[in-house]
Design a binder for this molecule. Structure first.
Ligand SMILES: Nc1nc2c(ncn2[C@@H]2O[C@H](COP(=O)(O)OP(=O)(O)OP(=O)(O)O)[C@@H](O)[C@H]2O)c(=O)[nH]1
Ligand SMILES: [Mg+2]
Length: 418
């Protein structure tokens, strides 16, 4: 099964929690803080792997999570970092976030992108010692690893793609000139998924793609062609394969016009891609004559071939290799990219019914302590919230003392601090 589009849920690893621990020291009633910090959670990394052909494994298993960090321990021992999870995707995979924004387009072998960073480890009480808190009896929780849905879409990276009506003989041709073995049959819409084959001609080589047949209206969603027009997008050159058989209701010129029109409707740029035009089934009567007539009509070279007997294939393949070379010279190297977006900073204040809600990582971090029922911890969290501006923001938004405020799972009352 060829799977070229999947939705995947990814979650970075949770950070380990810090710990509260004291070393008893003579003369120090509380002792010395020696609680270690938690390890950070593992990140999610996507990497392009040339040996992968489809996204099937993600269809079967759409949930992936990176390793969590472990908790800190006494004696200043930090927790272990969680293992990053490196997921392989085929070359040519486009990654989108849940809002449809392209995050990366991995077309180079081993190119990679970190899509989710692991949660931070919580600081242990040793790391929280300050002038105000010389022996803190609290520590930070580990931060949750962020989880999100992504869409992976595989766009083929063929050098040349076969474009033609169903039944034109595209699969027959690719099976004749490469090791690809797609199903061939005397009825239309036999090919339901693209097939790639490597073609060697003299000392030249190119990757050829056989895609499902296109019909009129394909760009508007008719037939099977629409889904697969996307795959043609990345081919450097196109081979327009025309079908002269009496079963085909459209004549050669009309087939040609319809196919070019559908390409243009999908993208103007696609209709301008270097192309080679061929008429298949040259073993049938009168085809040579029809091919000549087409050549005069469109004033472009037309290759008459027979995918079954092999007649005319060599000149055609050289012409395709030339078109690919030309495209390589004209178009700069296809480059992948990884989008770097600033981490969302700050927080948001909004009202949900009677409750003020504060949303944002900094605010969640400020209150992410082990036990806020400890007065010392609560004071510490309150001071942190004030410092990052949460109090001011609440006041500005119109919060009154006594109003309920929610940050993550935590609900508390807004108090005026001086
Ligand atoms: N006479 C003749 N028949 C051919 C030739 N090439 C292909 N055919 C026949 O045309 C029919 C369709 O061939 P396919 O290769 O399956 O066509 P296709 O373009 O891949 O069709 P779809 O996958 O449905 O789009 C089969 O019956 C082939 O045997 C040829 O050169 N000469
Ligand atoms: Mg086919």
């Amino acid at each position: 099964m060829f799977v070229d589009r999947v939705r995947v849920h990814l979650r970075a690893g949770h950070g380990g929690a810090g710990v509260v621990s004291f070393q008893k020291l003579r003369g120090k009633p509380k002792g010395k803080a020696i609680g270690g910090s938690g390890g950070r959670g593992g990140a999610i990394i996507l990497r392009a792997d040339p040996s992968m052909a489809t996204l099937l494994t993600y269809k079967r298993n759409p949930h992936h999570e990176a390793g969590g960090g472990t908790h800190g321990q006494g004696d200043l021992r930090s927790g272990r970092q969680g293992d990053d999870l490196v997921l392989s995707v085929p070359l040519g995979t486009v990654i989108r976030d849940d809002e449809g924004v392209v995050v990366a387009d991995l077309v180079e072998a081993h190119q990679q992108v970190t899509v989710l960073e692991g949660g931070r480890g919580g600081r242990g009480n040793a790391a929280l010692v300050s002038r105000v808190h010389r022996a803190p009896n609290f520590c930070e929780q580990g931060e949750y690893g962020e989880g999100a849905w992504f869409e992976f879409e595989l766009k083929l990276l063929a050098d040349a793609a076969l474009v033609g009506f169903p039944n034109a003989g595209k699969s027959t041709l690719i099976s004749r000139v490469s090791a690809a073995r797609p199903k061939i049959a005397d009825y239309p819409f036999t090919t339901l998924e693209p097939n790639l084959g490597v073609v060697s001609i003299a000392d030249r080589e190119f990757v050829f793609a056989d895609i499902p047949g296109l019909i009129e209206g394909a760009a508007a969603g008719k037939g099977l062609g629409h889904e697969f027009l996307r795959h043609v997008e990345r081919a450097r050159a196109l081979v327009i394969l025309l079908d002269p058989s009496p079963l085909q209701t459209e004549n050669l010129l009309r087939q040609y016009d319809v196919l070019i029109d559908e390409l243009a409707r999908h993208s103007v740029e696609l209709a301008e891609r270097p192309r080679v035009i061929a008429v298949n089934k040259g073993d049938l009567p009168d085809v040579a004559h029809e091919a000549d007539a087409l050549e005069s009509a469109i004033e472009k070279p037309v290759y008459a071939i027979s995918a079954i007997t092999g007649a005319g294939l060599e000149p055609l393949l050289h012409a395709v290799a030339d078109a690919v070379d030309l495209a390589v010279r004209e178009a700069p190297e296809r480059e992948g990219f990884v989008l770097h977006r600033p981490v969302r900073s700050g927080f948001e204040v909004y009202r949900d019914g009677d409750v003020w809600v504060i949303e944002g990582r900094v605010a969640e971090r400020a209150v992410g302590l082990d036990d806020l029922t400890k007065p010392e911890a609560a004071d510490y969290a309150a001071a942190r919230l004030a410092r990052i501006g949460v109090d001011d923001a609440l006041r500005e938004a119109g919060a009154e003392p006594g109003d309920e405020v929610r940050i993550g799972d935590l609900v508390f009352e807004f108090e005026e601090t001086e």
